[in-house]
Design a protein around this ligand. Structure first.
Ligand SMILES: [Zn+2]
Length: 239
């Protein structure tokens, strides 16, 4: 897999849920499936060491977000930073979340970076890795579900789940004392990919978030970025 192809594919599916080809199964198998996928990612994807400063900061921010709900406190969150300049993140269930260091360059403030993580946490809190594959007939519009191969992984993008994870993310950000409107800002700034089929669902995400956030007033004087965020962002920009 060329880097170019990888970058193009993953940028197109920003915030997607990635899973192994045998994407969905009974909830009981989530843990073994996630572990297998995590091993595959460890073998195939360049990662930052878990003890470097950026990794430790992301782990700490992610845990803070994950702990905002009762379910989240029971999940052993593990956040891994991938070496990739494209801004994206994905999760594979059982607390495993992956985020490219390009997401730190993409985020204009700490709440936006947190929104990217909160969306992935939302997928897990919503139980998306426990649900069966959408039916291929009936009322559910399965044609809206996309599957993309990225290396040996298959990324599954189900617009219904994307909307749901966004709604979870709004609550997570609010409860963590961050700016929930950052989820909308991030969704608006998703890269445009003509012909990818993502246009319509992305617009639906923005619309749904605008609707959800219409009663949120801007915080005064606003959520401040932490010192760690500002320092690491400067640091990564120089790399
Ligand atoms: Zn998603």
């Amino acid at each position: 897999m060329s880097n170019r192809r990888q970058s193009a594919a993953i940028a197109a599916v920003l915030f997607a849920c990635a899973s192994a080809a045998q994407a969905y199964g009974p909830c009981q198998s989530e843990q073994s499936r996630s572990r297998e996928t995590a091993r595959r990612i460890d073998r195939e994807w360049p990662q930052r060491p878990s003890n470097d400063e950026l990794s430790r900061y992301i782990q700490s921010l992610g845990e803070r977000l994950g702990r905002t709900s009762l379910t989240g406190r029971a999940i052993p969150w593990r956040f891994t930073v991938l070496r990739d300049r494209s801004p994206y993140a994905f999760s594979i269930g059982s607390g495993f979340v992956y985020i490219a260091d390009g997401a730190l360059r993409f985020a204009r403030n700490e709440s936006e970076l947190a929104a990217i993580l909160a969306h992935e946490i939302g997928h897990q809190l919503a139980g998306h890795f426990c649900e069966p594959d959408p039916p291929s007939h009936g009322r559910y519009d399965s044609s809206a579900v996309r599957r993309d191969e990225v290396g040996t992984l298959v990324q599954v993008i189900d617009p219904r789940k994307e909307l749901e994870a966004d709604q979870y993310a709004v609550d997570i950000l609010r409860d963590a004392g961050l700016d929930p409107r950052a989820m909308l800002e991030v969704a608006k700034r998703l890269p445009a990919h003509s012909g990818s089929g993502l246009g319509r669902p992305e617009n639906e995400r923005v619309f749904a978030l605008q609707n959800r956030l219409r009663h949120f007033r801007p915080n005064a004087p606003g959520v401040q970025d932490s010192y760690e965020f500002r320092r690491l962002r400067e640091h990564i920009r120089d790399q």
